[in-house]
Ligand binder design. Structure first.
Ligand code: FAD
Length: 286
């Protein structure tokens, strides 16, 4: 089923994000992770795609196929475009069609000096327009409540986001953030700009101080002072930080749901224990 239809049918759509493991033995164990994640009954699971290289893409599609046919959950395949041309995108789409996969998250992808860029798709909106014109896929897009790190200002960011939606993005999945106020302001700006598609907040539970510092540097999300204090206080005590990180994420989600957001997109980091704990914490709320 297309995720746009899922959004039409229900409020509070729950989704997970996973990545294809790099190591072969972890890939072999992906079933254990998927079994637990799917038991938690998400509305869809999205699978990331490393920029450049068809081997990466094959892993993404292999996992998406498992999610759909072995576990009966709707998959969303991430698809980056900066290092591909139209014929390569056509070939990915052909595979998606053969596998019966109906949803993609159309992305530009991060710039990587090791991966040469091509000219046909400069922005996610170029890929979105191309997919809209040539396929019947449901297309989701990424959005950034605290602005994309390359954006000059919030107005340009909103202008380009509107372009992406006009090009065909039917659902927006957000970058992670730790201060819900950024998200509320962002959704308000979207509506003022005439963007009316579902905008789903992305939540990443913090269980490891090094991981969060890396993520924050990479994606530009700010850490509220009260959360920074929590991380600082417990960063040397693994179990304590786990409990504190779970509680923080759960309280963020409860606040978002109380404010009638369109759904919750959980960055699981392939950790089913984390996903289960979060789902238990909101079982009677979502
Ligand atoms: P775009 O929408 O193209 O935006 C990128 C920048 O260009 C922004 O600053 C935007 O304002 C600007 N821009 C957009 N259109 C124009 C225009 N017409 N003219 C000038 N400037 C413009 N990366 C991966 O490699 N693999 C993944 O699987 C992956 N999954 C992700 C999932 C989510 C939910 C999110 C939020 C991000 C994900 N990313 C992934 C990261 C993403 O690829 C990077 O953030 C990337 O830098 C931007 O991709 P985008 O699709 O948002 O690009």
């Amino acid at each position: 089923m297309k995720i746009s239809e899922i959004h039409e049918k229900k409020k509070n759509v729950l989704s997970f994000e996973i990545f294809p493991p790099k190591k072969t033995e972890e890939l072999e164990n992906i079933d254990e992770t998927l079994a637990i994640l799917c038991e938690l009954d998400p509305d869809f699971i999205s699978v990331t795609f490393g920029a450049g290289g068809s081997a990466n893409h094959n892993k993404t599609i292999e996992i998406a196929r498992k999610i759909k046919y072995d576990y009966g959950v709707e998959p969303v395949v991430h698809l980056t475009c900066l290092s591909y041309d139209k014929s390569e995108i056509d070939s990915f789409v052909k595979t998606l069609n053969e596998e019966g996969i109906e949803n993609v998250l159309a992305l530009r992808g991060d710039r990587n000096p090791k991966v040469p860029e091509k000219d046909e798709f400069r922005h996610a909106s170029d890929l979105t327009a191309y997919l809209k014109e040539t396929t019947d896929l449901c297309i989701a897009g990424a959005c950034y409540p605290e602005c994309h790190p390359e954006s000059p200002d919030r107005v340009s960011e909103m202008r380009y986001l509107r372009k992406k939606v006009k090009a065909g993005a039917q659902v927006l999945l957000s970058q992670l953030f730790f201060d819900n106020d950024y998200f509320y302001r962002f959704v308000e700006d979207c509506r003022i700009a005439g963007i009316y598609v579902p905008v789903t907040p992305g939540i990443m539970p913090v269980i490891n101080a090094a991981q969060i510092k890396r993520m924050v540097t990479l994606c530009g999300a700010s850490l509220p002072e009260r959360f920074e204090k929590i991380i600082h206080k417990y960063e040397t005590r693994k179990e304590a930080l786990f409990d504190a990180g779970m509680s923080y994420a759960i309280s963020q989600i409860i606040d978002l749901l109380a404010n009638d957001v369109d759904g919750i997109h959980l960055y699981t980091m392939n950790n089913p224990v984390v996903a289960r704990k979060i789902c238990e914490g909101i079982r009677n709320i979502i």
